[in-house]
Design a protein around this ligand. Structure first.
Ligand SMILES: NCCCNCCCCCS
Ligand SMILES: [Zn+2]
Length: 343
């Protein structure tokens, strides 16, 4: 399997406020480095650098003003004389107004964010755009006839929606790749999110469309981040009604229940008969993950990959979450090995 990777991710590592303490973000460079080392150790296949793409490709799923915001945010922040990480600290919730874009960076940060889990630093834009370019390069490989590819994206993207960042995510790498597949001639694409946290971004972007089926298995939002999306009754809207499927699962879920939900979701993908499958590959479903509450073992990720391989679809894997750095390489590459029947 071809892996797409860029060292540019090292340019991004901000802080986060966790349990009342400002600390280095759990979404750290060692995650991608550990996965890359495992890709090489297991001889998964060639590792390629991403191509260059115009930011207009990101604006196929994000708004142009949001992409401009991401590109300019650090410079606007630094121009105020501040050198520490830029963080959103106020949001237009409830009856506060979101019909007028603030002009000042502190207002823009909250206008374009769902939470404070998105520090912006001097290198963030370069890392974020490179990460999206990995997904576009992987999708170009599929469009050129590859049966599968792995975009080793960092930072992740599945919490980012058309006009907001959040949960360590800035550009929705997987959604950008899905749209690129459709722009490349596909009629239908399935986007399956196996990260522990609901892929609110991908759901939101494709919610009213029937050319993309979105499916997500995740911690029940009644008791898991992002708390405010991912319920079973979110079925899509308008033309998209019936093309959005959520599988919220309780804390403590292990492979038996997870595998059953996954097989059910795969049945829906098969019935949809897409031209391609994009997988938001988060492995924070691992039992030792520091911020998540499922109980998958490393061997279960082999079975997860095997189950996806059984669909026989051209498949792009896009790296999302997973925060137990010591095990993230084994767990992520186990999915890819299982997919290839090398379990
Ligand atoms: N106490 C939970 C805080 C969660 N903060 C953001 C998590 C983002 C996961 C991305 S896959
Ligand atoms: Zn996650």
């Amino acid at each position: 399997m071809l892996t797409i990777y860029s060292d540019a991710h090292h340019l991004h590592h901000g802080c986060e406020l966790k349990d009342g303490v400002l600390m280095p973000c759990f979404e750290q460079p060692g995650r991608a480095d550990t996965i890359l080392a495992r890709v090489r150790a297991m001889g998964l296949g060639p590792v390629a650098a991403p191509g260059e793409y115009d930011s207009a490709r990101y604006a196929r799923v994000h708004s142009a003003r949001y992409v401009r915001f991401l590109e300019q945010a650090w410079d606007e922040w630094a121009a105020t004389g501040r050198s520490h990480d830029a963080l959103p600290l106020i949001w237009p919730v409830r009856d506060l107004r979101s019909d007028i874009e603030p002009e000042f960076i502190d207002g823009k940060l909250g206008f374009y964010a769902m939470d404070a889990g998105v520090a912006i630093t001097a290198g963030t834009w370069r890392a974020v755009s490179a990460s999206a370019n990995l997904a576009l390069t992987g999708m170009d490989a599929l469009l050129a006839g590859e049966s599968s590819a792995f975009a080793l994206c960092r930072p992740p993207g599945h919490h980012a929606a058309a006009e907001y960042m959040g949960g360590y995510c800035y550009l929705n790498n997987a959604a950008i790749a899905v749209q690129s597949c459709l722009d490349g001639g596909a009629r239908r694409v399935a986007l399956l999110d196996v990260d522990y946290h609901h892929g609110n971004g991908g759901q939101s972007i494709f919610y009213q469309r029937d050319d993309v089926m979105f499916l997500s298995l995740h911690g029940d939002p009644k008791s898991s981040y992002p708390y405010f999306s991912g319920h079973r009754d979110e079925a899509g809207a308008g033309a998209g009604l019936g093309f959005n499927h959520n599988y919220p699962l309780p804390h403590g879920t292990g492979w038996p229940a997870y595998g059953e939900a996954l097989r059910h979701a795969c049945g829906r993908v098969a019935a949809y008969a897409p031209d391609a499958l994009v997988v938001s590959l988060g492995v924070d479903t691992f039992k030792e993950d520091p911020i998540s509450q499922f109980r998958l073992e490393s061997e279960d990720f082999l079975r997860l990959g095997e189950t996806l391989g059984g669909l026989g679809l051209p498949t792009l894997f896009v790296m999302e979450g997973g925060y137990m750095v010591d095990d993230i390489g084994v767990n992520a590459v186990n999915v890819l090995m299982g997919f290839e029947g090398r379990a």
